[in-house]
Design a binder for this molecule. Structure first.
Ligand code: BG6
Length: 511
């Protein structure tokens, strides 16, 4: 359905010949078109160095839509009609003088397609261009909002450390107001991530328990089974800390930990998230040493097939010490969370692709049924499954039928797949549509972005100063370094070992 206040507009994608445009952005735009969510008058202008024509660009995008759009049963006719909205301009993107061509082409599109001078500039370019493209656009006056809007969307990585993030923010703010800048974190576009706000704040039963009095610890996992694929040259300079933890994992931490906002409104929500980042307990060198575990995958046989080690991957240094796995214990020093450990981990080449948040509740204060008094892996847990098999699961204790009082843990679970005819939009679909309507709730504000870098900077510094700090190998296809369980304070507890299916866990599951 078309949002009420959506204006006619053009989306200009810089880096349009790249993978993201073909795999994610254009398929998402097509899905929005399918659902009649696009504005009445709408055009896409792809901009990059590669010498495509409108026609050859359209052909490539059609191919991307067929492969990657959520929509199925796409007819040639539908695809042809849609592709008329796609245009292409080849320029030298790092040459400021070439941006006059962008301006002229947009003026022409405004006339032909009635896009009304409203533009979203999407930067899907190498990060080195992030400060340049917005500057070159501003030199052409394309940042000015005079009766129309001008917004820029910036992909991650937004900086590579605190200093570069501050400097990129400062450079953007010279020409753009904060409400024109949309910093993307595609995790926030995921339906299940947004549902965390609803789970917490639309139910009366969770919030009273959602604090240090009842929660023993929180566990957040974003596991991937794939390796670095063909992104070695980027990843080897990034590693799991910058690629996943600084952004996706800390965003999840904020949504679990934030206070209720005054309203479901961009600034109210983003203010509360910022407070969480500001309350993260800073890490000393000793904390980094004790509370962070890094790993790198090594070669292994997975189901009889050879899986490369990280150092054998294309464009990766043969002696690389880049982490492909990171696990961390952190604390949020505020009234709600005082001394509750948050364990977060992410890694490549783990046994399965799964992202989830697990709230571990404290055990019943009296163990009436002759149970041990230790906290156990099967105590009450609320599992919020982000992907796959999206859903929510509560582990609760019940009596085993029969004589006596034997207790076991059972699952109460809801899976999104149980909803009939419900369409789960892709993250990029939701995020693009939000930017089109001017809703920045699911984008990262500049101050929050800097606060997350501030938190991870001591790790970057520590590893730079101590290049020989431990980096543990783990065979591809396993749950990371063996000592990752040592992070967890209680001796009987381990990380949850989730399976593809939300209701299963344990080390031995079908992957
Ligand atoms: C990206 C990272 O931000 O997120 C990738 O750069 C990672 O390395 C991806 O694979 C994971 O996203 P998702 O949506 O598949 O969990």
């Amino acid at each position: 359905m078309k949002p009420k206040h959506i204006k006619d507009q053009a989306l200009i994608i810089f880096g349009a010949s790249g993978d993201l445009t073909h795999r994610k952005l254009i398929p998402a735009i097509f899905d929005l078109y399918r659902q009649k969510s696009l504005p009445q008058n709408f055009a896409v202008l792809g901009v990059a160095r590669s010498p495509y024509t409108d026609d050859s660009f359209r052909e490539k995008m059609k191919d991307g839509i067929r492969q990657f759009a959520t929509a199925k049963d796409i007819s040639d006719e539908e695809l042809n009609t849609f592709s008329q909205k796609l245009h292409y301009l080849s320029i030298n993107t790092d040459d400021g003088k070439d941006y006059v061509k962008v301006k002229e082409r947009l003026e022409q599109l405004d006339k032909e397609e009635n896009t009304a001078g409203n533009y979203i500039f999407y930067l899907s370019t190498p990060p080195a261009l992030y400060p340049l493209v917005p500057k070159f656009l501003a030199q052409q006056g394309l940042n000015k909002e005079e009766g129309y809007f001008r917004r820029i969307i910036i992909e991650k990585p937004f900086g590579t450390d605190l200093k570069s993030a501050i400097s990129l923010n400062a450079s953007l703010r010279e020409d753009y107001k904060e409400d024109q800048i949309y910093r993307i974190d595609h995790y926030l576009g995921k339906e299940t991530v947004q549902n965390m706000l609803v789970t917490r704040f639309a139910n009366g039963i969770y919030e009273p328990l959602w604090n240090r009095n009842y929660i023993h610890h929180v566990e957040i996992t974003a596991a991937e089974s794939i390796g670095v694929e063909n992104r070695g040259s980027y990843y080897d300079h990034s590693g799991a800390l910058r690629d996943m933890l600084q952004n996706h994992l800390l965003q999840l931490v904020a949504l679990v930990a934030m206070e209720p906002p005054m309203a479901i409104e961009s600034e109210a929500i983003r203010n509360e998230k910022l407070k969480v980042f500001q309350a993260l307990r800073p890490m000393s060198d000793e904390d980094v040493f004790k509370n962070v575990i890094r790993g790198q995958y090594t070669a292994a046989n997975i189901k009889g097939k050879y899986a490369k080690g990280y150092r054998e991957e294309k464009d990766v240094d043969k002696d690389s010490r880049t982490e492909t796995y990171i696990a961390m214990k952190l604390f949020i020093d505020n009234w709600r969370w005082g001394d509750v450990p948050f364990y977060i981990r992410t890694g490549k080449r783990l046994p399965t692709r799964v992202s989830e948040v697990v709230i571990h509740f404290k055990p019943a204060p009296q163990r009436l049924f002759h149970e041990t008094t230790d906290l156990r892996n099967d105590d009450n847990q609320l599992v919020i499954r982000i992907q796959p098999d999206e859903g929510i699961l509560l582990k609760t204790r019940m009596k085993v039928p029969g004589s006596g009082y034997q207790v076991k843990t059972v699952n109460m679970d809801f899976h999104y797949s149980q909803l009939q005819d419900t369409y789960l939009p892709e993250a990029y679909e939701r995020l693009l549509l939000d930017c089109m309507t001017g809703d920045s709730t699911l984008y990262i504000r500049g101050d929050a972005l800097e606060a997350t870098w501030k938190f991870v900077q001591p790790l970057i510094d520590f590893w730079e100063k101590n290049p020989d700090a431990p980096l543990h190998g783990y065979p591809a296809g396993t749950w990371g370094p063996e000592n990752a369980d040592d992070l967890i304070e209680e001796k009987n507890l381990t990380w949850r070992y989730p399976c593809k299916n939300l209701s299963d866990d344990g080390i031995y599951c079908e992957l």
